[in-house]
Write a protein that binds this ligand. Structure first.
Ligand code: 5AD
Ligand code: FES
Length: 358
């Protein structure tokens, strides 16, 4: 152990940490993931690096959860197909557009359309939704998070006006992936979707669960290695939180400290990346999102879905910010961000990566 510990000695310059982590060995990553002793240093340098790349800017995205129907049956997820207790809903194009209008008035310039894998939304329907949003809000970014679809579907949606796509890989270890998902799902397919999206021209977000059942440091190192390969523009991570009506109801959830540690490592390994302080993080600790911002996160994603459906999009138990008016949620978050020492910015000026890496 002592030989591993002594390997983490990157000095006091934060950019030296960035350089060191871009070449870190597995042993170094294990040490950072498993040793609480490094936390103080890790967190300090992660915040310093986010300030170098992004100042105190925090980007705000309006999340529209437009369907909770899902064909998948992931063992961890509350809206899995086998959960018969969920009140299922679908938003119409008009309802989605209303969310965008409300959001626009509140200053949102990025809309994230997220849903289960609901094939009732055909390519044609989705393209109509996307192109209508694009027409109404030409200066906004449209992010999709619709799970696995065909390359053709991704291509049509991009052509209709979508800019970004979020698709968490959940875990990059094949055996672990199989323990979290039924056999009709595969990590290879998930990864191929991510590479296709990138090839088509989307800005791509991947990400993983922290503290999911059976996860060890080994799986987390695989996640970091996969992300190094993919080089995504966004990385979404959050603690696993058990849902009472899933096969994983009796497993313990991911911890705050491990989630913060992973956020900090991600900021140092991918200094340019857009990294949300997620709702799941805010759910396991009352100051979870603020703590996330302080260790490198730079995005928050409040809910813009109609108040009546928010509680129905229950991926895990006790999800926060459900049933809030979007205006209330936005001002609450804005206050939280300010109190943590950062500033919400509402424009689309989040393309630092290109500038800094030129
Ligand atoms: N706890 C935390 N996050 C979850 N997700 C799904 N179920 C849970 C859970 N029980 C996450 C997955 C998915 C995202 C939309 O929500 O990572 O990609
Ligand atoms: Fe939604 Fe606070 S962020 S109510």
């Amino acid at each position: 152990m002592s030989s591993i510990d002594s390997s983490i000695n990157y000095g006091t310059d934060s950019m030296a940490w960035v350089r060191a982590l871009s070449h870190a060995s597995d042993a170094e990553l294990y040490a950072l993931i498993q040793t609480p002793m490094y936390d103080a240093m890790l967190f300090r340098h992660a915040d310093a690096v986010r300030r170098i790349y992004y100042g105190t800017d925090v980007y705000i995205r309006g999340l529209i959860e437009f369907t909770n129907y899902c064909r998948n049956d992931c063992y961890y997820c509350g809206i899995r197909r086998s959960n018969g207790m969920v009140h299922r809903y679908r938003l119409t194009k008009a309802e989605i557009l209303t969310c965008c209008k409300d959001g626009y008035a509140l200053g949102f310039r990025t809309f994230v359309l997220q849903g289960g894998e609901d094939m009732a939304y055909t390519d044609k329907t989705l393209c109509e939704i996307v192109s209508t949003i694009r027409e109404h809000f030409p200066n906004c970014t449209i992010t999709l998070s619709l799970g696995e679809r065909t390359r053709e579907s991704y291509r049509l949606l991009y052509r209709a006006g979508a800019n970004r796509y979020l698709l968490r890989h959940e875990t990059a270890d094949d055996a672990h992936y199989r323990r979290l998902h039924p056999k009709e799902m595969s990590l290879a397919h998930r990864k191929s979707c991510l590479f296709q999206l990138k090839e088509i021209g989307y800005q791509v977000g991947a990400g993983f669960l922290v503290g999911s059942p059976f996860q060890t440091a080994k799986e987390l190192v695989s996640d970091l290695r996969f992300l190094q390969q993919l080089q995504p523009d966004m990385i979404g991570i959050g603690p696993f939180i058990p849902h009472s009506n899933t096969p994983f109801r009796d497993y313990s959830g991911g911890s705050l400290i491990l989630t913060l540690r992973m956020l900090a490592i991600l900021r140092l390994m991918f200094p340019y990346v857009l990294l949300p302080a997620t709702t799941a993080l805010g759910t396991i600790h009352p100051q979870g999102r603020e703590l996330g911002l302080k260790v490198g996160a730079n995005v928050v994603m409040p809910n813009l879905s109609p108040t009546g459906v928010q509680r129905k999009y229950e991926l895990y138990d006790n999800k926060i910010c459900t049933g809030e008016e979007s205006a209330q949620c936005r001002s609450c978050l804005e206050q939280r961000v300010e109190a943590a020492g950062y500033h919400v910015v509402t424009d689309v000026g989040d393309m630092r990566r290109r500038k800094l890496t030129k």
